[in-house]
Design a protein around this ligand. Structure first.
Ligand code: ATP
Ligand code: MG
Length: 141
């Protein structure tokens, strides 16, 4: 059980100017921010990040969406971070997400669902390394 996960505030979150509200909810759920930046993924980078989904019918829409504007990757720390964060954001489809979760509160659709969260400790480590150098990870005092 690892202590870190990778979140991404997706381009719909940035377009809707909801970064602050989503980050507040994440902090209220007990996560510490270890690293954070705003950037725009190229289509090729989005395809690399979501490579596990390359054969899925939604891959083209997903990678076009993820490269459609700036996003905000964030490294978060909390005990059992991966599972805890997925609880905080809720189900992939906001209609199925529990009340009070980030996606239920802010997302419009399964395709544009505000936020990404890693799905395992191994993937969290790979995804953190995709966006950040070791020296950019700053633990809280
Ligand atoms: P994420 O990986 O973004 O945190 P997730 O782990 O809840 O989301 P995945 O199954 O990994 O869901 O799918 C990755 C992303 O692909 C989803 O966040 C969603 O935006 C999109 N997606 C997944 N399934 C569908 C679908 N059936 N139709 C449209 N988009 C989908
Ligand atoms: Mg996923």
């Amino acid at each position: 059980m690892g202590n870190r996960t990778l979140a991404i505030l997706k381009p719909d979150c940035v377009r809707k100017n909801l970064q602050g509200k989503v980050i507040a909810k994440i902090q209220d759920a007990g996560f510490k921010i270890i690293a954070m930046k705003q950037m725009r993924l190229t289509k090729a980078q989005a395809e690399g990040f979501y490579a596990v989904h390359h054969a899925r019918p939604f891959f083209k829409d997903l990678t076009e969406f993820m490269s459609s504007g700036p996003c905000v990757p964030i490294v978060l720390e909390k005990t059992n971070a991966v599972a805890e964060f997925r609880k905080t954001i809720g189900a992939t489809d906001p209609k199925e997400a529990d009340p009070g979760t980030v996606r239920r509160e802010f997302a419009d659709s399964k395709g544009e669902n505000i936020v990404h969260g890693s799905d395992s400790d191994d993937n969290a480590a790979l995804e953190i390394a995709f966006f950040f150098h070791q020296g950019e990870l700053i633990a809280n005092q």
